[in-house]
Design a protein around this ligand. Structure first.
Ligand code: AQP
Length: 333
């Protein structure tokens, strides 16, 4: 069966190795399989759920498109577009927010993490973010959604919303409940400074992440300074559970080498971190350097990037307009 793939990335700057290994690298593999129809969205409506500088949002949108293409997504094979251009996303999100239940949203851990202690001051958009995400996915009858592990709960909510809409309006299989595509291993890359915290764009310390725009020296420096413990590298997987920083670095290595954790452990068991970090730097540089050079080149050609977005908009809008028309009929508008 042909898979219909949909996923999005927020244009909030600092795209990093976690975004790449957890999501974008998978996008590329899916894009390369002729069986799949892929749609990759720059989700700028999601980005404004926290305050954004309008100028930065625009340049980060270009950077996200450039990152997709530099990583290997072919705009001739996949649709790349900007969420805010296709108005059906906002409209469907509203309709679905009348289907989704408060109790469901109250359980979302990402809101709790992002809103922090002062929930009263968080935007309503940040709270209802997963409903917009459901709209994004359901508008395109997506069958599979490649995301990092942190988005698993939002996808489950999307499936619940799809089923409730179909039940409420007594229309079987109108919305397709999508399957998550989450890698079994290495689907959550952690901060280089704290093995218990997700690598994140908004983390203040730039040393906590490898950005996809970092050059060779920056990457080497960040890996050199990455937090470790004082023991040699472990010789058994079970040891990793108590050593989050070692687990993260070995995970990154394994993911880039397409190794299992066991294979990487066998390679480095008993060695010290400085030797391992040298090897790790080499492979991160090998993977990221060509991408960062290509991003820089593409960013010099804004006309090309705008052309990709315009073509993507036309294709996405055609699909989404048909679906929203049917939604109107079902709802009784
Ligand atoms: N650390 C991570 N490990 C694995 N996957 C990750 N993703 C994000 N961080 C990691 C995956 O990347 C995709 C795009 O993410 P996003 O841009 O939509 O937003 P996010 O998940 O909120 O990313 P950040 O870096 O954590 O941003 P901030 O700091 O703003 O919250 C998603 O598929 C995500 O799972």
């Amino acid at each position: 069966m042909k898979k219909k793939i949909f996923s999005g990335v927020q244009p909030t700057g600092n795209l990093h190795l976690g975004n790449y290994l957890g999501a974008i690298k998978n996008f590329v593999d899916l894009n390369n399989d002729a069986q799949n129809k892929c749609i990759f969205c720059v989700v700028d409506l999601h980005a404004i759920t926290v305050s954004q500088n309008p100028k930065d949002l625009k340049s980060n949108t270009h950077e996200t498109v450039a990152t997709f293409i530099a990583s290997g997504i072919d705009p001739k094979k996949s649709i790349i577009f900007k969420q805010s251009q296709v108005s059906a996303h906002s409209e469907t999100a509203w309709i679905l927010s009348c289907v989704a239940r408060m109790g469901w949203l109250n359980r979302m851990t990402q809101f709790k993490e992002k809103a922090g202690k002062d929930k009263e001051k968080a935007s309503i958009g940040l709270y209802s973010y997963p409903v917009l995400m459901a709209a994004d996915i359901l508008l395109y009858d997506s069958t599979h959604v490649p995301v990092g592990d942190d988005q698993k709960q939002h996808l489950e909510l999307c499936r619940n919303i799809a089923q409730k809409f179909n039940n409420d309006y007594k229309i079987e299989n109108f919305f397709i409940a999508p399957e998550p595509l989450i890698k079994k291993e290495f689907s959550r890359i952690m901060s280089l400074k704290d093995g218990l915290k997700k690598m994140s764009k908004s983390e203040v310390s730039d040393l906590s992440r490898v950005n996809l725009t970092d050059d060779k020296d920056q990457i080497i420096n960040k890996i050199k300074k990455a937090k470790t413990d004082t023991l040699p590298l472990p010789s058994a997987i079970e040891e990793l559970e108590k050593r989050p920083e070692a687990k993260n670095l070995i995970g990154i290595y394994s993911s880039l080498m397409n190794n299992t954790l066991q294979e990487s452990i066998d390679e480095f068991a008993g060695k010290n971190f400085s030797e391992f970090k040298e090897k790790l730097s080499d492979i991160v540089v090998n993977e990221i350097n060509p991408i960062s050079s290509e991003i820089k080149k593409l960013l010099d050609d804004k006309v090309f990037l705008e052309k990709i977005l315009k073509e993507g908009y036309e294709k996405a809008n055609e699909i989404a307009s048909k679906k929203i028309k049917k939604i109107h009929e079902i709802v009784g508008f």
